[in-house]
Every structure is written in structure tokens, then in C-alpha cells.
Design a protein around this ligand. Structure first.
Ligand code: FAD
Length: 386
């Protein structure tokens, strides 16, 4: 495989190539893991690979994390293939649960270490078949020109599609609404009445700091599952792995812990001990102009809502292929599109591989994908000129 380190394009500068054997769309952790394994699988070939990322710098979705964001996975369970997240990076010591900035530094170091061919900022706007030719390349359209590719790996994550549930009257609410993807700091909520919606790790971490400066309640569908304070986040991955193997063997997997359970990182633990996570509310029935109506019919004035309600796959650029279903997903066998065999998808969640939306989990899907892509390239040995 031909290698070329990360390239940052100047304003208006086009991509300096029009063909690549493999185009990986994205430049976050999933794309980097795929790039790492493609380099290994294709090392004895002259295949060309490009990772196209619309961000101006490394880090993918972690670039948009709030200022105090802590991983729920401990450092030793937060690494991509080949290179463990170091305890010391950029002059700092990573905490037991790394900070957002530790991951940003790590991902920057990762792509540099393996000289991954990431091109930025390049936004992929569409992927199309060339004249309907099922054996020819796919046409990857970008804001820097088009690239013909024999294989396309989608690794665009979910951060581009924040999800907010449809609650009647939401549009008429005059207060502040912010999704966790746009939340940065608790300061703007000081002294306000705030609802934090969503019972996962994001909701817990945001509530922990907002409740220190505001009158905040936690809006959840069911009681949040907090791991015991002395249980390390590693057990989520151990339990999830055990469950995965049990299911593979057709055994009853049980559910001791799940990847959605809440890890008591230090700020969450402190908030719990201070009783600031205790004000649980059932889902909002509807919004009014200045507040909410609860399911028991009572009304309450509020100032702001922070939606910690997750994400959906960011796959709009695949619309031209007609492969995205009404659920926003693509039908896959492993990580390969069933309807378009030149397309693979990595990192979107369990439907593209067990734990593939986590740092430590994406390596497995990335390796399997790189192997299949390499095999597919070898089966159709009509290289396109680069
Ligand atoms: P992303 O990081 O989103 O990368 C996708 C890249 O593709 C981005 O750079 C994006 O700009 C780019 N892109 C998108 N569309 C296009 C396009 N059309 N053209 C070009 N580029 C495009 N995981 C853990 O393992 N441990 C944790 O503790 C943990 N904590 C989390 C906490 C929060 C609050 C969140 C939201 C997630 C957490 N995760 C954690 C989950 C997971 O690791 C991240 O969601 C991860 O960022 C997903 O990586 P990705 O590479 O699939 O997607």
C-alpha cells in the first residue's frame, strides 16, 4: 500500500488525485482503525487508500465533546489497535478515566504514528454508481473534487446526527434547548431551572455539573443504572464481551451490566454523594411556551433543557446509492452492504459490529472489514490508475 501522512488542504485546494482503490469516509477513531488494518492487509500491494475527513483537525466527534467530558471507559480499555493510549501524552498524565483532551491527543498521535493518509478538511457529499456499472468504481463526490474508488468504507459516526425525541410543543417552547453535542459548560445555566433529559453516561455527567450551579432535574424513561462506585468501567466491556460470546454460543447471556450503564467517574460520584442526581422525573408529556406539562398533568415553568438523548448514523451522503433504510441504517452482512458490495460500514454501533462504537471495540470490526476489502480488491484485479 502506498502511504502518505495526513494532509491539510488549503482553502479551495482540490484533492490532488481522482482515483483511489479504497476511500474511507471519515477521520475519527473508526476510520483510523480501518486505516491501520488496511495498511497491514494491503502492505504487499500497490493499492492506494485515502481517508477523507471533513474536520479541520484530528479527533472526530471527540472534538465536539463538552469541556469536562470524561470517558466512561478506563484508560486501559480506550485504545485502538496497535498503540495503547499512553498514560503520559502532551505533557499530561491521563486520569484513570481519560479526559476528552487525552483522547484528542491520542488520536492525533495515532494517525501520525502510522502515517495514515487522512485528507482534511474534505466533506464527502455523495457516493454514486458510475452509469449503473456494477463492476466499475464508485464515484465519491466531495467539496474538493470527485474520486473514483473500488471500495468505499463509511466511518462517519453518529455525531453529525444528534437525536432529539419528538415531544409535542417542543418548537413553541421559548426557553433554551441544547443537545449534548452542543453543550460545553454549565456556566450559562447558573441559577436557572434546568431539565437534563436522558439516562445514560452523557446525562449523568452533564447533570453532575449543571446541578452544581442550577436547580436541575433528571428526566428519564426508567431508573438510571449506576454501576457501584467501586466497580471500574472495565466491567462494562468484560460483561459485554461475555454476553457477546454467550449469544454466539446460543446461551442465555443474562444482563449483569450493559454498555449503557453509568460509570461513576469522579464528578458523577461526587454529585451522587451530594444527592444531586436524585430528582428523577418521568418523561415530559408536552411543552408550553415557558415550561413543561408532566404526564400527571401538572405544569412547571423551566428555563432550559439539555437533551442527552443520543445520536443516529450520519449517512446522508449515501442517499444516492439507495441503501439507507427507513431506520437510518444499511442492511449489512458483517460490515458489508448487502445491496452494494463495494460499500462497507464501520463504527456505527452493534449493527456494524459488536461494541464498534467504542474505542476498544472498533478494532475488531476494522480488522474484519480490512480483510474483506483486501480480498475484494484481489478478486477484481483491474486496478484503476491513480
Ligand atoms: P466520529 O468520531 O464521529 O468520526 C467520524 C468522522 O467523520 C468525523 O470527523 C466527522 O466529521 C467525519 N464525517 C462525517 N460525515 C462526513 C462526510 N460526509 N464527509 C467527510 N467526513 C465526514 N467510547 C468509548 O470507547 N469510551 C467512552 O468512554 C466513550 N464515551 C463517550 C461519551 C460521549 C458523550 C459520546 C458521545 C461518545 C462516547 N463514546 C465512548 C463513543 C465513541 O467512542 C464515539 O462516539 C466515537 O467518537 C465514534 O467514533 P467514529 O470514528 O465512529 O465517529
Amino acid at each position: 500500500m502506498t502511504t502518505e501522512p495526513t494532509r491539510t488542504l488549503a482553502d479551495g485546494e482540490p484533492l490532488p488525485f481522482a482515483t483511489r482503490d479504497v476511500v474511507v469516509v471519515g477521520g475519527g477513531q473508526a476510520a483510523l482503525a480501518v486505516g491501520y488494518h488496511l495498511a497491514r492487509e494491503l502492505r504487499k500491494t500497490d493499492a492506494t487508500v485515502a481517508l477523507l475527513d471533513r474536520q479541520p483537525g484530528p479527533g472526530g466527534a471527540w472534538r465536539g465533546g463538552w469541556d469536562s467530558l470524561r470517558l466512561f471507559s478506563p484508560a486501559e480499555w480506550s485504545s485502538l489497535p496497535g498503540y495503547l493510549l499512553p498514560r503520559h501524552l502532551a505533557g499530561r498524565e491521563a486520569a484513570e478515566y481519560p479526559h476528552r483532551d487525552d483522547v484528542l491527543d491520542y488520536l492525533a498521535a495515532y494517525e501520525e504514528r502510522y502515517e495514515l493518509p487522512v485528507w482534511r478538511p474534505v466533506r464527502v457529499t455523495g457516493v454514486r454508481r458510475v452509469d449503473g456499472d456494477p463492476a466499475g468504481p464508485l464515484w465519491v463526490e466531495t467539496d474538493r473534487g470527485a474520486v473514483a474508488a473500488r471500495a468505499v468504507v463509511a466511518a462517519t459516526g453518529t455525531a453529525g446526527q444528534p437525536f432529539v425525541p419528538e415531544v409535542p410543543g417542543r418548537g413553541a417552547f421559548g426557553g433554551v434547548q441544547v443537545h449534548s453535542s452542543a453543550y460545553r459548560l454549565p456556566d450559562p445555566f447558573t441559577g436557572c431551572r434546568v431539565l437534563v433529559v436522558g439516562g445514560g453516561n452523557s446525562g449523568a455527567q452533564v447533570l453532575a455539573e449543571v446541578s452544581a450551579v442550577a436547580d436541575a432535574s433528571w428526566v428519564v424513561e426508567r431508573e438510571p443504572r449506576l454501576l457501584p462506585a467501586d466497580v471500574n468501567g472495565r466491567v462494562l466491556f468484560d460483561a459485554a464481551t461475555a454476553r457477546y460470546h454467550a449469544l454466539q454460543n446460543g446461551e442465555d447471556a443474562g444482563r449483569p451490566y450493559g454498555l449503557g450503564d453509568i460509570v461513576q467517574v469522579p464528578p458523577v460520584r461526587a454529585a451522587r454523594e451530594a444527592g444531586r442526581l436524585d430528582d428523577l422525573r418521568s418523561p415530559i408529556a408536552r411543552f408550553t411556551a415557558d415550561g413543561v406539562v408532566w404526564t400527571d398533568g401538572s405544569e412547571e415553568a423551566i428555563d432550559a433543557v439539555v437533551w442527552c438523548t443520543g445520536f443516529r448514523p450520519a449517512l446522508g451522503f449515501l442517499d444516492g446509492l439507495g441503501v439507507v433504510g427507513s431506520d437510518g441504517r444499511v442492511a449489512v452482512g458483517g460490515t458489508r452492504s448487502v445491496a452494494e458490495p463495494r460499500l462497507w460500514l464501520v463504527g456505527y454501533g452493534s449493527w456494524t459490529g459488536f461494541a464498534s462504537a467504542t474505542l476498544v471495540g472498533v478494532g475488531r470490526s476494522a480488522r474484519a472489514t480490512a480483510r474483506k476489502v483486501a480480498a475484494a480488491l484481489a478478486e477484481t484485479p483491474a486496478p484503476i490508475s491513480s
